[in-house]
Design a protein around this ligand. Structure first.
Ligand code: IMP
Length: 178
């Protein structure tokens, strides 16, 4: 068990299991993108560790870049808008794979897909380490999923609780009756 601030988390997915699964995702991507030089677009901060492990397991020419997503309310009536920050290179005609730590409601990914697709990439797919299908609030196609998990809060392997826990080399979960 580990403690972060006021919360106690218990082991959930161990390091070996995570790395074995990511190796399989890398293998699939290597086959699917042969000759296409995919561009991994990594969503910071949470996906940094997954992205590093994934890229080590892609055995075809590929490139990587990093973005941040910021949510802000322009006016009260328009609600939350999402801005993609830091994408310097053109993704026109590129084969883009968005790399995320977790898809929860899917709202962030949905907006990101929309924003990036306006730049007319050759193709665009999503790779996420974790996916909470029961939390999904919008239709979303996620091609590469590490683990489908139930709708509980997790930390570790890049994911944080209040910016802490990202350094853990395994994934921990908040017990249901915490
Ligand atoms: P969505 O827009 O609801 O899919 O939110 C996705 C973002 O919420 C992720 O990129 C994470 O930063 C954060 N998030 C969602 N669930 C968790 C969790 O269980 N642990 C840590 N962060 C989470």
């Amino acid at each position: 068990m580990i403690t972060i601030e006021d919360k106690k988390f218990v082991p959930f997915i161990e390091r070996n299991t995570i790395e074995t699964r990511i190796a399989a995702l890398g293998q699939s991507i290597s086959q699917d993108y042969e000759g296409k030089k995919p561009l991994l677009v990594v969503v910071l901060n949470g996906a940094f560790m997954f992205a590093a492990e994934l890229m080590k397991n892609i055995h075809i020419p590929c490139e990587i870049t990093f973005v941040r997503v910021s949510s802000y309310a322009k006016t009260e009536s328009t609600g939350q808008l999402t801005e993609v920050l830091g994408l310097k290179e053109s993704i026109r005609d590129r084969h883009v794979i968005i790399v995320e730590d977790i898809v929860d409601t899917g709202l962030t990914m949905n907006k990101l897909l929309f924003q990036l697709s306006t730049q007319r990439p050759g193709s665009i797919q999503v790779a996420t380490l974790l996916f909470k299908p029961s939390a999904l609030k919008t239709p979303l196609s996620v091609k590469y999923v590490g683990f489908e998990i139930e709708n509980r809060f997790v930390v570790g392997y890049g994911l944080d609780y209040d910016e802490q826990g990202r350094n853990l080399d395994a994934i921990y979960v908040l017990p249901e009756n915490h």
